[in-house]
Write a protein that binds this ligand. Structure first.
Ligand code: SF4
Length: 209
């Protein structure tokens, strides 16, 4: 038994999303997610705000000089390549989609530096289309819970899509990121876990004495 309904009910109650996040536009979700690769959200947030304030639309960013964008991003990792990627992304959105973010997985993953995780975030959070964004937290936790037993994020996404009811897809990443940070991290705190009774993990940890 996967106990997806029980686990998602408990985690959704514990990790409610802020109202502001629910109002994000497709362009903001795409830009933020593209900038957040291998960077903590707390570091991504100020860099994202500087870029979105200077270049509010894909058209504006498509005309920017990479060096100017890189200067706005230089507090986060890989800032030069991220500057190059987001300018290329803005150019493609402007020339091929009239500055709009496409609503389609195949079109999204064809954009520069957009993988399935970023595309799934855009579909789920900006358009409300069921999609499962498998990042490091979802990958780790889904395997521990026994929802999947896969060795790559791509296979995990495929397995979750086959096994977890669609009504949960959008919220899986939303709740598992904070749950992974607070409790089910690299070394899990199983003794304080609200879903432990439904978890398959064979090496559950105990509270330190
Ligand atoms: S019991 Fe432990 S391994 Fe399982 S979900 Fe909870 S914290 Fe993670």
């Amino acid at each position: 038994m996967l106990h997806a309904d029980e686990i998602m009910r408990v985690l959704t109650r514990r990790y409610r999303e802020p109202a502001e996040a629910a109002k994000a536009t497709p362009w903001k979700v795409l830009l933020f997610t593209a900038l957040s690769a291998r960077t903590r959200d707390t570091q991504t947030e100020p860099a994202f705000r500087r870029v979105i304030t200077a270049y509010q639309t894909p058209a504006a960013l498509s005309r920017a000089r990479e060096a100017d964008v890189a200067r706005l991003l230089n507090t986060i990792g890989l800032y030069r390549s991220k500057a190059r990627n987001i300018v290329a992304l803005a150019k493609m959105l402007t020339t091929q989609y009239k500055g709009r973010v496409p609503k389609d997985m195949d079109a999204l993953v064809a954009l520069p530096a957009v993988g399935r995780k970023t595309a799934s975030c855009v579909l789920a959070y900006a358009f409300g289309i069921p999609a499962i964004a498998v990042d490091t937290h979802v990958f780790r936790i889904a395997n521990r819970l026994g929802w999947t037993k896969e060795n790559t994020p791509e296979k995990t996404e495929r397995a979750l899509r086959a096994r977890i009811p669609k009504r949960h897809w959008i919220r899986i990443n939303k709740v598992m990121v904070p749950f992974g940070r607070e409790i089910c991290g690299r070394v899990p705190k199983c003794w304080m876990c609200p879903v432990a009774k439904w978890c398959d993990f064979s090496e559950k940890t105990r509270a330190p004495k």
